[in-house]
Design a protein around this ligand. Structure first.
Ligand SMILES: N[C@@H](CCC(=O)N[C@@H](CS)C(=O)NCC(=O)O)C(=O)O
Length: 207
């Protein structure tokens, strides 16, 4: 498999999941500053011009939620997703909230141009976004509780996605101090060998 990623972007979750699964994969960094996500070749793979994109033996897969679920199911020995239908649905519920609500709230900080042209509207979104993200994080803080993982005792591919959202929080102006459970989860994730390997590969320092 081949993962197209950008350092520290949401693709970090898929990168961690591949490493946790001990998958055979290579990585292709996409340079956003050079506009590599908008080249015709990349848009052929991912028409939205986003990362992650995963090239598999079956073809190209986009969208983090699908990529994480695929990695988990393609590597059952790694036990990265629950077997019971109910627990699996709980995992999807968390991942869907992370991908379709928290990530989008975050995008209003620096990518307001997707939703408005008026510079005042964009600035207004940037001002409001941290409080919206904090409200999202409060829901996750309560759901996580003592954890240690977002589904309770069992680690799953929902954890790397939660990790990315909390990894972004403080640099985006959302302090984690009011969210001790999330802060502990961030630290717990960074204690994992797979996460350390991926942070090193993406040249990121622990937070
Ligand atoms: N729904 C997609 C969203 C992916 C996404 O928005 N990725 C961002 C990086 S965090 C991106 O590639 N942005 C490129 C751009 O906006 O030009 C997913 O969950 O995989």
């Amino acid at each position: 498999m081949k993962l197209y990623y950008k350092q520290g972007a949401v693709s970090l979750a898929s990168h961690i999941a591949l490493e946790e699964a001990e998958a055979v994969f290579e990585t292709v960094p996409i340079n956003f500053k050079a506009g590599e996500q908008r080249t015709p070749e990349y848009l052929d793979l991912n028409p939205l011009g986003r990362v992650p994109t995963l090239m598999t033996e079956h073809g190209v897969l986009t969208e983090t939620l699908a990529i994480l679920t695929y990695i988990a199911q393609a590597h059952p020995a790694a036990q990265l997703a629950p077997e019971s239908p109910w627990d699996f649905a709980q995992m999807l519920s968390v991942m869907s909230f992370l991908a379709s609500t928290v990530h989008i709230s975050t995008a209003h900080m620096n990518r307001g141009y997707r939703w408005a042209d008026d510079p005042n509207a964009i600035a207004d979104m940037r001002r409001k976004a941290p409080s919206v993200v904090a409200a999202d994080l409060k829901i996750l803080e309560d759901r996580l509780g003592a954890g240690p993982w977002i589904l309770g005792p069992h680690y799953s591919v929902a954890d790397p996605l939660l990790f990315v959202m909390t990894w972004w929080a403080e640099p985006d102006g959302v302090p984690l101090a009011p969210f001790p459970n999330l802060r502990a989860h961030l630290t717990r994730m960074q204690d994992r060998e797979a996460v350390q390997n991926v942070l090193t590969r993406e040249r990121l320092l622990p937070r």
